[in-house]
Design a protein around this ligand. Structure first.
Ligand code: GLN
Length: 224
């Protein structure tokens, strides 16, 4: 049984990123794989899982989620290699520091060497980046500007701002991070499959769904 775990959807669910869990579990099940979706709420222990999902959120809830995660088994699990997809606030939380509520600097979980400062203006709108030759599409809404230190970016921005107007997110051996909401795994089935394949250590047969067709249409519009 593959367990996919959404962390604090009450705090980090403002932009519907919990849909990443639904998309991942559904695409696994359509391949005949047994998968369950669990979510961690306030006061819950972080369970063992094949993939943890961190979503986006507003500044205050982001800070609270960071404190809760800092005091949980999540940090050691990720250090030991647990897989994580982190979106926006989630991306910032895993880093060294981020700014919330104005320019106040707040300590992240220190799992990835990235720093997020307050950008000059908020980044709001469509976001598209090129990731290993594929398009990753979604939307962004954040005040942070993220700098990577010796960490690979996930993608190169072709529309919108992402981390800094040039790069989006980051990629380590067990973490995928992006500024793209959507939910990003529902809007980008190939990305969902890439993460599932890595997490399960298995090749996945191709799948044709409405999500795959919509993704193709979005790419056509972006490339026109
Ligand atoms: N609070 C963070 C920021 O504004 C993250 C926002 C988000 O997750 N969309 O930068």
């Amino acid at each position: 049984m593959t367990t996919i775990c959404i962390l604090y959807p009450d705090l980090l669910g403002t932009y519907g990123d919990g849909g990443n869990g639904l998309a991942a579990v559904e695409r696994a099940r359509r391949r005949g794989l047994e998968a369950e979706l669990v979510s961690v709420g306030l006061g819950d222990e972080v369970p063992d899982a094949s993939l943890y999902l961190l979503g986006g959120g507003e500044d205050g809830p982001q800070r609270l989620a960071t404190d809760l995660l800092r005091g949980s088994s999540f940090v050691s699990r990720v250090r030991d290699g647990a897989n994580v997809l982190a979106v926006c606030a989630g991306l910032q939380i895993l880093g060294m520091t981020f700014c919330v509520e104005g320019d106040d600097e707040f300590e992240g979980l220190g799992l990835v060497d990235v720093v997020t400062l307050r950008g000059e203006r908020r980044s709001v709108g469509e976001l598209a980046s090129r990731v290993d030759g594929q398009l990753l599409v979604g939307f962004e809404n954040h005040g942070g500007r993220t700098t990577l230190h010796g960490v690979d970016a996930l993608g190169t921005v072709i529309k919108g701002r992402g981390n800094d107007g040039t790069l989006d997110g980051y990629r380590t051996k067990n973490i995928w991070a992006t500024y793209a909401h959507g939910p990003v795994l529902a809007m980008n089935p190939w990305f969902c499959d890439e993460i599932l394949a890595a997490v399960l250590g298995a090749e996945l047969e191709p799948l044709t769904s409405v999500a795959d067709q919509l993704y193709q249409e979005r790419c056509r519009v972006l490339s026109a």
